[in-house]
Design a protein. Structure first.
Length: 155
């Protein structure tokens, strides 16, 4: 019964979200992407989300099935090695949400996702990828969106 209710709720949320496509998740989050040189061949990519109003952005581990967790996908680059996993920096909130039937993990206002990168050579290159994400507030979830990034490395 809970699964039927969840499926009905998700269908409702996404149908409303489609009608508000001009104000989808992408309209509620401003992204910035920067790379900082740490050492001769080491860099740190930072993807910072500034979240508008009363919306929240789900963590990479949303905590339950249902909400779309934030996912960062990198385009392979033969000159770069991803060093470890993407980390999150911000005030993570864990809250019981009845709509998702469990505790969810999310951020309000701002969060930074950081990926350490190693260069195989000293050559200048670019890291390319996308962030897949979704925002909700206490009343509505907006359709998932993507933010594409392209950041120079070693320049």
């Amino acid at each position: 019964m809970k699964k039927i209710a969840l499926i009905s709720f998700l269908s409702f949320v996404f149908s409303i979200g489609i009608s508000f496509s001009q104000t989808g998740s992408a309209k509620q989050v401003k992204w910035t992407a920067t790379a900082k040189k740490i050492s001769e061949k080491q860099f740190e990519l930072k993807l910072t989300a500034t979240i508008a109003g009363d919306f929240h952005l789900y963590a990479q581990d949303a905590g339950v099935e249902g909400p779309v967790p934030t996912k960062i996908v990198f385009t392979p680059n033969p000159l770069l090695i991803l060093d470890g996993k993407v980390t999150e920096t911000g005030k993570k909130i864990t809250k019981l949400e009845q709509a998702w039937d469990g505790k969810v993990n999310f951020y309000e206002k701002t969060v930074t996702f950081t990926q350490k990168i190693k260069g195989k050579t000293k050559a200048k290159t670019t890291i390319i990828g996308k962030v897949e994400f979704m925002v909700c507030n206490d009343e509505i979830c907006l359709p998932p969106s993507e933010y594409a990034f392209k950041v120079p490395i070693g320049q």
